[in-house]
Design a protein around this ligand. Structure first.
Ligand code: TYM
Length: 330
């Protein structure tokens, strides 16, 4: 079976709709056909300062949400990044293969660092993509399901794999990004020209919020002054975003939705989409609560995941360290 790897930051305590439609939906689908490794990337999340208690709680929250969405720990290896030391150990080598200019061109770094003053921009935020490459390359990953905003990081992972292989001999699988065609980029409901993201929260659908609040957010989503419900991201970004979300959540195509809503108003579309999301979030949140009710069991799942991950990662690391020319430790 081909291998799939992906990661998500525990940062916020709650996933948002963009995470789900851009990536997590594919995580769940791919565990049917692939040998899956899914990781809560707590190391990545401290590139921006985090409160320790919140980080701990959010890491468990993230794991509980993944399980509640349908990640099956019997079939998939679900683990926490900091539990597998190999990630940072290979990360160092990959940092040493990454050009300063190359890292400087990462748009996510440019965006995130622009939002803070220089003293608060950590070196970790800068080297972040090399650690991400390490996550992926340690597992001999064939495919990486992510949203559009990770495309550039994936490109760098491929470059680093190829660079290492050509310098030191074939070691790493060169991974492919798996980015959805239709839902690769979900936009903010209040500002449908920027990506839905918890770091700029205005119109963000949070998976752990009160579903009534979600319905309200959808009702007050920014649209336009026309009346027709039509997919036209250029001229009607708000309505187009709602159609894409609706389609992603129901499996009905955008064209089918356009036909179904011919002659209806934006209010109808928003009311129905709100209901779709409420119906999804209500049982989801119940399942999350059940997982969080038993933190010992949750920790056991994560510990088992880390053991399985370590078994694969340690072999790759040993190989890579040997190729680089480090003396064997024993
Ligand atoms: P993160 O935690 O920001 O987001 C997790 C996943 O959600 C996707 N995503 C979106 N997709 C569509 N529309 C949106 N508005 C939207 N917002 C987020 C992201 O593309 C991502 O797939 N660097 C990664 C985490 C990471 C990782 C990895 C991913 C670390 N190591 C190795 C893959 C492989 C990140 O910060 O994702």
């Amino acid at each position: 079976r081909p291998r799939v790897f992906s990661g998500i930051q525990p940062t916020a305590g709650s996933f948002q709709l963009g995470n789900y439609l851009g990536a997590l939906r594919n995580w769940i689908a791919l565990q049917e056909t692939h040998d899956a490794f899914y990781c809560v990337v707590d190391l990545h999340s401290i590139t921006i300062a985090k409160d320790p208690e919140e980080l701990r709680a959010n890491t468990r929250n993230a794991a509980a949400q993944l399980l509640a969405l349908g990640i099956d720990p019997e079939r998939s290896t679900l683990f926490v990044q900091s539990h597998v030391a190999e990630h940072t150990q290979l990360g160092w080598v990959l940092e040493c293969l990454t050009g300063f200019g190359e890292a400087s061109r990462m748009t996510q770094f440019k965006d995130k660092s622009a939002r803070q003053d220089d003293e608060h921009v950590s070196v970790g935020l800068f080297t972040y993509p090399a650690l991400m490459a390490s996550d992926i390359l340690l597992y001999g990953t064939d495919v990486v399901p992510v949203g559009e905003d990770q495309r550039q990081h994936l490109e760098l992972s491929r470059t680093l794999a190829q660079r290492f292989n050509s310098r030191f001999g074939s070691t790493f699988v060169v991974p492919d990004a798996h980015i959805p065609e239709d839902t690769a980029r979900i936009f903010d409901l209040q500002d449908p020209t920027s990506k839905m993201s918890k770091s700029i929260p205005s119109g963000v659908v949070e998976f752990m919020e009160d579903p009534k609040r979600t319905a309200k957010k959808v009702r007050s989503a920014v649209t336009d002054n026309e009346r027709d419900i039509r997919y036209d991201p250029e001229n009607k970004p708000g309505v187009s975003n709602l159609l894409v979300i609706y389609s992603g959540m129901t499996g009905r195509s955008v064209a089918e939705l356009e036909t179904a809503y011919e002659g209806s108003g934006y209010g109808d579309l928003k009311k129905d989409l709100g209901a779709v999301l409420v119906d999804f979030l209500t049982p989801f949140q119940r399942r999350v609560a059940e997982y969080l009710d038993d933190p010992a069991e949750l920790d056991k799942v994560l510990r088992r995941g880390a053991e399985r991950a370590r078994a694969v990662a340690s072999r790759t690391l040993r190989d890579a360290y040997d190729r680089v020319g480090f003396l064997p430790p024993a």
